[in-house]
Design a protein around this ligand. Structure first.
Ligand code: GAL
Length: 646
């Protein structure tokens, strides 16, 4: 795994660059990402490019033996461009433009911005694609960050109408598919349709779903515009840095446009942002949630074509959480080694030096504004020392036998009509992932088009618009299949299937969901149903052939390889069910102590302790009868991380 860092030469006097480069090299870093916010320096005024400083920066880094990931600077169009073309600005739900003065202030649909994107990317690619040190390109930066996938601007409205026309051809077909007769929402022409934003109450759900698909397609075509230019100029490899906890566009489809998928991992910031209760947040405040980074490593490895990495790794306190604690000693090293265990071949820290000015002045780096090393440098050395013990682990992680099916449309459908404020589909997916990882299982996260036949156990947390051909493919895989609540509950147009949920699943599991209920915290479905909270389905079996419900209640149904859960199970009930299925599937499991996770890569097992019990890893090692390969390194910090030989 290469170690890297994000660097902003334009923030520092040129006199510092060579020394910075030498220090990076001495720390064992080999890739430096630059350029992604530097448009105002690359093109200070219209059409006048200043390549001098960037040439020097690239050459200085290259002379120190560093490779470069060069970012296209499109996340920050400069002021002169916005003043010349105000139509570039993305708009809020009411159609009011967002203002210049931070970043990501463009609309993906802006035709003017696509022209300028074409121009700046072409100029950069023509100049640097052949440079021997530029081994990787990053398109833009974190598409969608700061809630920027949707924009109600004139170009977006026009493009949406065209998108709908291409999809439905005739307006009657759209009216029929959506069911616009409800509340007199019928349209006579495609040109009458606006984005489903700023309405009096809930906008039409089918309209919302198509809008979300359209917005996602705009991000995809915008990225394709950049990748096509870069490839045409001979770019060696292209990535984009995805985000954690972000699902507003179809990442699997974008993965197909990239050579390497990467993401930005801020475990403490994400813990603060996500749904966990205060007690959980306090418990993991300095470590992050034990499954959050792992889930995203597995997701983005699956989204890509094989090569994946972390483009931005949290090095210390960030500036953007509600609270921004310092990581516990050893955690930055743990996060770094964990990325490797999950298959990463790049781990790059954000950022080299803390900036003493502007929005992110409170964000830590590998070095401080006075050039001294921050704590993160020693963590990096620790991670490198640990990885040196796992030499020969191979470039790809060993094949997992358990998979989790993750689908962006499924999340959008549940977000559009949650039917209960605690039905959080992203949380549901992570809960299913946790149920596997608590048992020490490695997991691949796959799309609905994934190779189901590679697995013995497949968890589908929820797939509302499941199709018959997917049921057939799941059945043909021969794997044990666990399907969560609301699977098969919608058509692809976001209507209830004519023969009721679970729709096409009935072909293999003859049950019918006759109604559902959502429950506020503390309300349970009934005295005999302690395993369910939040969501419960009332299920009838149409055929005599079904097996009786498991868990003493009509919540979990099974026939042959298919098990369906008609409710939101408590974590322990779900873990029990997954354990049962893993056994049926012939997978070896181990019940891990709180906060401990395992991940195999090559002949090594990596063990990580996010919890508070310092002896936990020792216990796991004894239980597995494993030999620790890193014992010569023992320090208190690395007691959170152990590497076993299998
Ligand atoms: C990321 C972003 C970086 C920086 C970082 C701070 O979301 O890509 O540019 O803002 O957060 O944590």
């Amino acid at each position: 795994m290469k170690f890297g860092v994000c660097y902003y030469p334009e923030h520092w006097p040129e006199a510092k660059w060579a020394e910075d480069a030498a220090r990076m090299k001495a720390l064992g870093l080999s890739l430096v990402r630059i350029g992604e916010f530097a448009w105002s320096r690359i093109e200070p005024s219209p059409g006048q490019y200043d390549w001098g400083w960037l040439d020097t920066a690239i050459d200085t880094l290259a002379s120190a033996g560093l490779s470069i990931c060069l970012g296209t600077p499109t996340a920050t169009p400069p002021k002169w461009l916005i003043d010349a073309e105000p139509g570039i600005l993305g708009c809020d739900a009411q159609g009011r433009p967002r203002r210049f003065g931070s970043r990501r202030h463009y609309s993906f649909s802006s035709l003017a911005y696509r022209d300028h994107t074409h121009r700046i990317c072409t100029a950069m690619a023509a100049r640097y694609a052949d440079h021997p040190a530029v081994t990787l390109w990053q398109t833009d930066n974190e598409y969608g960050c700061h809630d920027t996938v949707e924009s109600n601007d004139p170009d977006a409205r026009t493009a949406f109408r065209l998108w709908l026309r291409n999809k439905y051809d005739r307006i009657d077909a759209l009216n029929e598919a959506w069911g616009t007769v409800f509340w007199s929402q019928e349209y006579r022409h495609f040109d009458e349709i606006d984005p489903p934003l700023a309405t009096v109450t809930e906008p039409h759900p089918s309209h919302q779903l198509d809008w979300r698909r359209f917005c996602s397609d705009q991000v995809l075509s915008y990225n394709a515009l950049q990748t096509e230019i870069l490839r045409a100029h001979g770019a060696r490899a292209i990535t984009h840095n995805f985000m954690g906890h972000f699902t507003q566009f179809e990442h699997f489809q974008m993965g197909a446009q990239l050579d390497l998928t990467s993401w930005d991992s801020y475990p403490l910031g994400f813990l603060e942002q996500a749904w966990w209760d205060d007690e959980t947040k306090r418990h993991y405040a300095r470590c992050g949630h034990p499954d959050f980074a792992g889930f995203h490593h597995d997701l983005y490895r699956g989204v890509g074509q094989g090569r994946f990495g972390v483009m931005e790794q949290q090095p210390g306190p960030v500036n953007w959480g509600r609270y921004n604690p310092a990581p516990a000693p050893g955690m930055v090293a743990l996060w770094s080694v964990e990325a490797f265990a999950h298959g990463a071949d790049l781990l790059s820290y954000f950022r080299w030096r803390q900036a003493p000015f502007a929005q992110e002045q409170m964000h830590s780096g590998l070095t401080r504004p006075d050039d001294t090393e921050s704590e993160a440098c020693n963590e990096l050395r620790l991670a490198q020392a640990l990885l040196a013990c796992a030499e020969g682990a191979g470039s790809a992680p060993s094949g997992a036998r358990a998979a989790l099916l993750f689908d962006y449309t499924a999340l959008w459908m549940h977000e559009i009509q949650p039917q209960g404020q605690s039905f959080n589909p992203a949380e549901l997916c992570l809960t299913y992932y946790t149920a596997l990882r608590r048992h020490g299982l490695d997991v691949d996260i796959i799309s609905r088009d994934g190779a189901f036949e590679l697995y013995d156990l497949i968890l589908v947390p929820s797939l509302p618009d499941l199709t018959l051909s997917e049921v057939t493919r799941l059945q043909a895989s021969g794997a044990e299949i666990l399907l969560g609540p609301r699977t098969g509950s919608k058509t692809s147009e976001m209507t209830i299937p004519p023969d009721l949920p679970p729709g096409p699943l009935k072909a293999v599991l003859p049950i019918r969901v006759t109604s559902v209920e959502s429950l506020r915290p503390g309300v349970t479905p009934g005295p005999d149903i302690g395993v369910v909270e939040r969501w419960r389905e009332f299920i009838q079996a149409d055929f005599a052939a079904y097996e009786p419900g498991l868990y003493g209640a009509d919540i979990v149904w099974r026939r042959d390889l298919f098990t369906y859960v008609g409710g939101w199970l408590t974590p322990d009930a779900l873990a029990g069910l997954v354990q049962d299925l893993a056994t049926r599937a012939g997978l070896d499991t181990v019940s891990l102590p709180e906060g401990v996770r395992l991940r195999r890569r090559g002949q090594f097992v990596f063990a990580f302790n996010y919890g508070r019990d310092d002896a936990a890893l020792q216990q796991v090692m004894e239980r597995l009868g494993a030999r620790w390969v890193s014992d010569t390194l023992q320090t208190k910090e690395i007691d959170r991380i152990r590497i076993f030989a299998v």
